[in-house]
Structures are given as C-alpha cells and as structure tokens.
Design a protein around this ligand. Structure first.
Ligand code: NPG
Length: 364
C-alpha cells in the first residue's frame, strides 16, 4: 500500500452541555482528523484517523496545535520517507518510521490509526476482526462532569440511567468528592459507580480519600499527579477501593511499572494517550495475561474514534465498562452515522471502516 496524499482536517463540534473536570471546562471540542488517500495495485481508498489532543495542554502536555504541527512537520514527512525507502507502508511499520521523535503520542496514534484504517479497507476487513474480537457489543459507561449542585448531579445521573448506561463515572475535585458520591448512593443504591480525579489530589488528602472506601466504588481514577506511579502505589496500600491509572499510563513500559508496583491496580487504556491502537492492544494483552482488569477510556471522540474504541473494548481483558457512550452524550450530530446505545451496550461496528458523511463535514 502506498500513501498518495495526507490531509489534516480540523473540526469544531459544540458539546450538548459543558463538560467540567478538575482541569477545566469544555464547551466545544476540536477534533483533528487525519485522512490518507492510499493506493494498492490501482485500488484507491481513504483511511481515517482521529487525534484526541485537546485544545489546551491541561490533560497532557500534548495539545491540538502541537499535534497538528508535529504531524505536518515531522510524522507525515518521516512516514513518506519510510515509504520511499521501503516501497510501501504497513500499520506495524508506522512507529518505526519516527524512532527519534519523542512523545507526541496522540499525534502518532492518529497517523497510525489512519494507516490501519486504509490498510483494513483494502482487505475489506473490520477493525474488530483484525484485533481478533469475538464480542458483538460492549457495555456502555458514561462520564459525568462536575455539576453546579448535588441536585443537578442527581438529575443528570438519572437521565443517563434512564438512557441505559450501565456504569456511572463522576468527575471529582477538591470540595466535590464525598458528598456527590453519598448523594448518588442514597438515591440510586448500589449502581456500578466510580470516580475520576484527573490528578486533583496529593497524599496530603489521604484521610479524605479514605472516606470513599465506605461507598463500594469500582475504582478511584488518577487521584494523584499525572506523571506519578510511585505515590499511587503508596496510596493503594492505604485504600480498599482499587486505584485506576489513566494519565500516568502513556506506554507499555508505564503499564508494566504500574502493574508491578501498585497493589490491586486497574488500567484505563486510551489508544490516543499510549500512542495508538497497537500499543493499546499490547497493554491489554500484558494486563490480561496477569489478570489485571482494564477498561477503555474516552476522549470525547467523534464516531471515528468511538467505533474504534468499542472494537478494542471487545477484547476479553476489558472486564469493566468503558467510557464508550453514544454519540449524543456529547454531540447533537456526529460526523459519522450515530453511535447508539442499545440495551446498555454499544454495538461493535462490523464494516471495514467508518467514514465521515461527506456532506456533514463542511458543517463543522
Ligand atoms: O466519554 O469520551 C468520553 C469522555 C470520558 O471523562 C472522560 N474523559 O479524564 O478520562 C478523562 C476524560 C477526558 C476527556 C480527558 C477529554 C481528556 C480529554
């Protein structure tokens, strides 16, 4: 397969409601798409990748403009050089094309995803079948942002439960920890519930975090610094509720370190954060072989990334529901046919690739 053309497409998608986390508030998402036009023996197809970098460097040091710059200036030219030298490009080659580009995993992930998508379309193969996934749907969890009041939170949670979501995750931050959890437990009983701090705490908050042990949470996600594993390991020794790592897991090496040092750990796998679906699968395989639970995180993807995440989450080690919700959780209209929740599950796409609807793209 030969890449003929690479395009970066910037979108602007307003959110149905503001999404508030401990690191900021988002009203609009700016997805960045990579579109590759490729040729194999005279047959041309387009491959699509989605970059999950946010507008600001507040979740990771990588952000939208840095990803676009790195793709345009380094990654795409280096991949084309690789192609020139080797005569063709395969998905497994992509990472080898830029061995000296450090970091920028979200940009790398988007390019690898576009190559993979094109390569699979040429084979008429679905991403799920490429991964060896047997499942046809995955349980759908929803992430609930920080709300202006407990009443507002309970209303939003009720709305999602009515929509069929099988697991609720709420964002927490200093001053919004125990009370919201307590209120949800009181009104909705023992629904599957977890919390996500996005690095808002330190070990000085130990006593307050310990209070969460009274509420049978599935997990506490990334309570401490975004690049830390060591202190999370210390914290895990003090809590009964499992610690889940998100921001800290940027590679297979970090996942191994976490699995070896944090008792009872759970790993949130986000393909963009770890540099692509191939590394995401490698982390899954490593954790699965050791009986460590993983689940698939979300980054407000359009249906392009959302469908791919659903396929990944069909692998057997994804034993907890992911942040894989329906398109309408975030957007009034997706750029691909809507991802829908059916009986609490997101069906896994079985076609050889999900394409934006051409006439919907100019809108955004
Ligand atoms: O369902 O797509 C989704 C969003 C899930 O809460 C979610 N994502 O910290 O995990 C997170 C958070 C996030 C969103 C992080 C956007 C960074 C950017």
């Amino acid at each position: 397969m030969k890449i003929l053309r690479a395009e970066l497409i910037r979108l602007e998608l307003p959110l149905v409601a503001p999404f508030v986390t401990s690191f900021g508030r988002e009203d609009v998402r700016h997805p960045l798409l990579v579109k590759l036009t490729v040729d194999h023996e005279g047959r041309q197809v387009a491959g699509w990748g989605e970059c999950v970098a946010g507008t600001l460097p507040n979740y990771s040091s990588e952000y939208l403009e840095s990803a676009a710059y790195v793709l345009e200036t380094f990654l795409v030219p280096l991949l084309l050089e690789w192609q020139q030298a080797h005569g063709e490009v395969k998905p497994e080659d992509v990472a080898s094309a830029f061995p000296h580009i450090v970091g920028h995993r979200m940009a790398k992930a988007a390019l690898e995803m576009a190559v993979l998508d094109a390569w699979l379309r040429l084979r008429d193969q679905s991403f799920a079948s490429y991964l060896g996934v047997k499942a046809t749907a995955v349980p759908s969890g929803v992430s609930v942002g920080i709300q202006p009041s407990i009443e507002a939170l309970l209303e939003v949670v009720e709305h999602y439960l009515m929509a069929g979501y099988v697991r609720i995750k709420i964002k927490i931050e200093p001053g919004w920890v125990v009370e919201p959890v307590k209120a949800i437990r009181k009104l909705f009983g023992d629904i599957p519930l977890q919390v996500d701090a996005n690095s808002a705490f330190s070990l000085a908050d130990l006593e307050m975090l310990k209070q969460l042990d009274d509420y049978q949470l599935l997990l506490i996600e990334q309570p401490l610094a975004e690049d830390d594993i060591y202190e999370h390991a210390k914290l895990a020794g003090q809590l009964q509720t499992p610690i889940c790592l998100d921001e800290s897991i940027v590679s297979l090496a970090k996942a191994r370190q976490a699995i070896e040092s944090v008792a009872n750990v759970i790993i949130n796998i986000k393909p963009g954060r770890v540099g692509g679906y191939l590394t995401a699968k490698a982390i899954h395989d490593y954790a699965y072989a050791r009986g460590v639970p993983v689940w698939c995180g979300g980054m407000l993807e359009t249906g392009i990334g959302r469908n791919a995440n659903a396929a990944l989450a069909g692998l057997p080690g994804f034993t907890l529901p992911g942040d894989i919700s329906a398109s309408n959780r975030f957007y009034t209209r997706d750029i691909v046919p809507e991802v829908e929740i059916v009986d609490g599950q997101i069906p896994i796409y079985t076609g050889p690739g999900v394409s934006p609807v051409p006439e919907w793209l100019p809108r955004v």
